[in-house]
Design a protein around this ligand. Structure first.
Ligand SMILES: Nc1nc2c(ncn2[C@@H]2O[C@H](COP(=O)(O)OP(=O)(O)OP(=O)(O)O)[C@@H](O)[C@H]2O)c(=O)[nH]1
Ligand SMILES: [Mg+2]
Ligand SMILES: [Zn+2]
Ligand SMILES: [Zn+2]
Length: 399
């Protein structure tokens, strides 16, 4: 239950804000006889996201201080009553359902582990197969801007006849770009088959892989201070046992320099700092550990194993199936020389789950960055997110 004073990270700038004390943007519908406030660039949006789009001003009181409200405010300048709630820190418009239960999930992984491709594919899966499966409405509350728009374009480029894979994501020196924010609404079945409408807002941010290559740089990843769950992508080619295979297939050797274990250590440090984890205690937030590019290792999975089968179509998270995938991935990681990583997970996290996923579904030409001629065949990319959502009680779980 949301408390009146509780805070939640803004899905756009990750600042912890109180959903009951939000700033309000003038709606531009003046009271009779007054002229509406003009649209001007918003300094705060410009500073946070480099966004200088003219918008109506945020409502201030007589002292020039922003009026904070739970639902609406009256503009002292033009008299319009407005319910356009925005984040006091970054002035992004917040969806009506934003409250302190809205989770922020981080997606992290080393350079070249498949984050951008995964997000691009996941975004579309959410709008299509996942929305249908859960009979949910899933959309971007702020419209398609920032990362959402970028991902859509990258997906188009991948699906074009040339099938070009995204370039390396730039390290974040030039300010933050707007993350991809999703609002998921659906009718949840409860006791006695009674259903009620529930909603959640979650956001993803596409990091540049090298931000996690060293602990110092990883500590600069402030958004990880605010996450409620993390999806960690591990590049299977990065494990010692797969190096030769990677080189033989034309994977860039430079992308194999940071091992999965190094990344995990960085993440552990960041999360321990963020949660102020005491000695001998484990990190509380759940971590979905995903071995990406699993298509390249399908030969090592029995054909009838759930890991090879397409994801469920039923409107719940299948925990039994997920556990059997977890066990198989653990065995694979172990056979690739990843046992230290498995031990790290065990000793540092209260709750983690292993996944195997493939955004492309078939091996690309690594050197020339071209999608396989069979096209995009995403495989189980949404499972980690569904697990995090089920863990929060938002989605039903069955085992
Ligand atoms: N076999 C296979 N290869 C993949 C898959 N997804 C990505 N790759 C390969 O991994 C490369 C990197 O993918 P990206 O999504 O750009 O990786 P990233 O983690 O965003 O990388 P940075 O932006 O540099 O941090 C791609 O160019 C492909 O060669 C997949 O599902 N299967
Ligand atoms: Mg990237
Ligand atoms: Zn914000
Ligand atoms: Zn006004």
């Amino acid at each position: 239950m949301a408390l009146f004073n509780s805070t939640a990270p803004c899905p756009y700038c990750y600042e912890k804000i109180n959903p009951n004390a939000l700033a309000v943007r003038c709606s531009g519908r003046p009271s009779p006889g007054k002229t509406a406030c003009a649209e001007v660039p918003d300094k705060r949006r410009n500073a946070c996201f480099g966004d200088a789009t003219p918008v109506r001003p945020v409502i201030v009181d007589v002292n020039g201080k922003e009026k904070l409200s739970r639902n609406e405010a009256t503009c002292g300048n033009c008299g319009s009553v407005s319910a356009i709630r925005v984040c006091p820190a970054c002035h992004s418009r917040l969806p009506r359902n934003f409250d302190s239960d809205s989770p922020l999930f981080g997606l992290v992984g080393v350079r070249n582990s498949g984050k951008t491709v995964t997000l691009a594919v996941l975004q579309r899966e959410l709008y299509t197969t996942i929305a249908r499966r859960f009979n949910a409405s899933i959309d971007s509350p702020g419209g398609k801007s920032g990362l959402s728009a970028d991902l859509e374009n990258l997906l188009k480029t991948m699906e074009d006849t040339a099938g070009v894979l995204p370039p390396q994501t730039a390290a974040n020196a030039s300010g933050v770009s707007i993350p991809a924010v999703f609002e998921w609404r659906y009718s949840k079945k409860g006791l006695a088959n009674r259903s009620r409408d529930v909603s959640t807002i979650f956001s993803f941010y596409d990091t540049a892989g090298e931000d996690l290559a060293t602990q110092d740089r990883a500590l600069g990843q402030h958004y990880l201070d605010a996450t409620n769950g993390v999806i960690l992508l591990l590049d299977p080619f990065g494990f010692p046992g797969n190096h030769d295979k990677a080189i033989a297939r034309g994977v860039d050797p430079a992308s194999l320099e940071t091992t999965p274990e190094t990344v995990l250590r960085s993440i552990i440090t960041v999360l321990q700092n963020a949660e102020r984890t005491k000695r001998n205690k484990k990190i509380k937030q759940p971590v979905a550990v995903v071995v990406s590019k699993i298509d390249a290792f399908f030969d090592d999975v029995p054909p009838d194993h759930p890991m090879r089968r397409p994801a469920q179509r039923l409107p719940y998270f299948d925990d039994t199936e997920s556990r059997s995938i977890h066990d198989h991935v653990a065995a694979m990681v172990d056979s690739w020389g990843g046992d230290p990583l498995l031990r790290l997970l065990d000793t540092n996290f209260e709750k983690y789950r292993l996944f195997g996923a493939s955004a492309l579904g078939a091996e690309p030409e690594y050197g020339t960055k071209r999608v396989n001629s069979r096209g995009l065949l995403p495989h189980r990319v949404a499972d980690p997110l569904l697990w995090l959502m089920a863990d929060r009680g938002f989605l039903p779980k069955e085992s």
